[in-house]
Ligand binder design. Structure first.
Ligand SMILES: [Zn+2]
Length: 499
């Protein structure tokens, strides 16, 4: 039996060239890869972007695809059965060049996709980078050609050498999940926490910024609080890509996020948004439902657990802001009070469960729920109930973070992801109780959430207002709502400013 083996260390190379000066502006993408024999190679464009749960069919924007062999002979490229599929007819073994062009690609629900402006290039990987079917696990290299003097930001691993700037990844998923930002001018601040290097990268309408350096301590406090909550940091470097004047929301990536930023926002308004995207570094980017990675980029990746990935993340975003000292206990209570009010006044809670809202989000094109039930808000309140229940049954020795850490140890990458039943099993393991039925009632039924009971454990009314309570309840409430992150975070004394 003969088996074709690719050369050891086979690498798929992407070379991106920005062409902002032509009309319409384009990026040229040159892919370079090897084949062991004459064969047909399938190249595919993702139909969706992880984190944005809607089909965007990025292949429909790709134009002028061509291919050539190592000897320079043109190769036939045919359209596959689906939009975004091509077949490259390789006539001999050896290296292959595949070239195509991508114009500006419209934004998704939360982030720009491909943005080509006279002074700016932004590429969200799935919107511009094809992959070879069956070869997504091969090493990748990325080289970027932008006008002289432009700055480049990406969290990929920098390649040594002085040629065109180059970066590497160990597979396509990592490559696609590291957005590329290049511009004539980026405003960058750095800080460190827990051995990790963070960068705030402001771009786009920099003239609208008012004293952006004041945000550095806010971000540092959030990072420190979340690192403390989870007990470890899952990355070595992290970029906050701050779209100054941008009108979209935020989208999480493996080691970065892109955030719309308006300089008119206060820290209290903006911090939970930042904390949400950063907490995704643990919850959804690494600890994720089984369906969400390795990704199938061609079809909806359906899971019953988006309420966990989004709603629990939102819960911890607010808890982290409290522990970071950015919001007061009263502001945290007020936030929960508002979410509870919206939950009670939403009739969708009587017909749609959290798991169904997760399962059917793809039919909604809104990436937040189904038929009026937001899995962000429902999931956040389930998180609140879980946190208080775990605290009560463990005499406040454990909390929702204990459950997250347990799940992370078992199901985070590179392990396969979790299913709904795995959360229930981990809850029982963490608490030493049998809480599976109680948990599943919140996750996959429309039964009212046990807010009255669980808030009662903390000496709170069902509307999240403090009320007279016994000593244990007051102790639980104080620990839940007050800063227990240790010493106050230090402000950054002199943030590094980099042009
Ligand atoms: Zn999110």
């Amino acid at each position: 039996m003969w088996c074709a083996i690719l050369p050891a260390g086979a690498t798929i190379t992407y070379r991106i060239t920005a062409l902002p000066g032509i009309h319409p502006p384009l990026v040229k993408v040159d892919m370079h890869f090897s084949v062991p024999r004459a064969e047909i190679v399938n190249a595919e464009a993702p139909a969706w972007c992880p984190g944005d749960y809607q089909l965007q069919n990025f292949g429909k924007y790709v134009t002028s695809m061509s291919a050539s062999s190592a000897s320079g002979s043109p190769l036939q490229v045919t359209q596959g059965k689906q939009v975004g599929e091509w077949q490259v007819h390789c006539t001999e073994a050896g290296s292959i060049d595949l070239q195509y062009f991508v114009p500006e690609v419209p934004p998704g629900n939360f982030s720009n996709n491909v943005q080509i402006e006279p002074n700016l290039l932004f590429i969200n990987g799935p919107a511009a980078l094809l992959y070879l079917k069956g070869r997504k696990l091969e090493d990748c290299e990325l080289f970027v050609h932008v006008p002289t003097g432009w700055q480049i930001s990406t969290t990929l691993h920098k390649l040594p050498g002085n040629a065109a700037p180059g970066w590497s990844s160990t597979d396509y998923d990592q490559l696609a999940d590291a957005p590329l930002l290049a511009a004539t001018h980026l405003l960058i601040f750095h800080f460190k926490d827990g051995g990790c290097r963070y960068s705030l990268v402001f771009f786009h309408h920099l003239a609208t910024l008012m004293d952006p350096a004041r945000w550095v301590p806010v971000f540092q406090r959030i990072a420190r609080a979340e690192n403390h909550i989870m007990g470890f940091t899952p990355y070595k470097r992290y970029h906050f890509l701050m779209d100054a004047g941008g009108g979209l929301g935020g989208l999480e990536h493996l080691n970065s996020c892109r955030l719309a930023y308006s300089s008119g926002m206060s820290a209290v308004e903006y911090a939970p948004f930042v904390a949400h995207e950063l907490f995704h570094s643990w919850n959804v980017k690494r600890l994720r439902p089984a369906a969400l990675g390795p990704f199938n980029y061609q079809v909806p990746n359906v899971t019953r657990c988006l309420w966990f990935s989004e709603g629990i993340t939102e819960y911890f975003a607010w808890i982290a802001c409290r522990r970071a000292g950015i919001i007061t206990a009263g502001q945290l209570e007020k936030h929960f009070r508002e979410i509870i009010r919206r939950y009670r006044s939403n009739p969708a809670r009587n017909t749609v469960s959290a798991d169904i809202a997760s399962l059917k989000v793809w039919s909604n094109n809104g990436s937040n729920g189904y038929q009026g039930l937001s899995y962000y808000e429902q999931g956040e309140l389930i998180g609140l109930c879980l946190d208080l229940e775990i605290r009560r049954v463990t005499d406040n020795h454990k909390d929702l973070a204990s459950l997250m850490q347990c799940l992370y140890r078992k199901y985070a990458l590179p392990a396969p992801g979790f299913h709904l039943a795995d959360i229930a099993a981990a809850l029982d393991a963490v608490t030493g109780r049998s809480l599976t039925d109680w948990f599943l009632s919140m996750a996959n039924t429309t039964a009212p959430l046990p807010l009255r009971t669980t808030l009662g454990y903390a000496g709170m009314t069902p509307d999240c207002l403090p009320e007279p309570a016994d000593t244990d309840a007051v102790a639980l409430r104080n620990d839940w709502l007050h800063d227990d992150a240790g010493e106050s975070p230090q402000l950054v004394p002199s943030p590094e400013y980099k042009r």
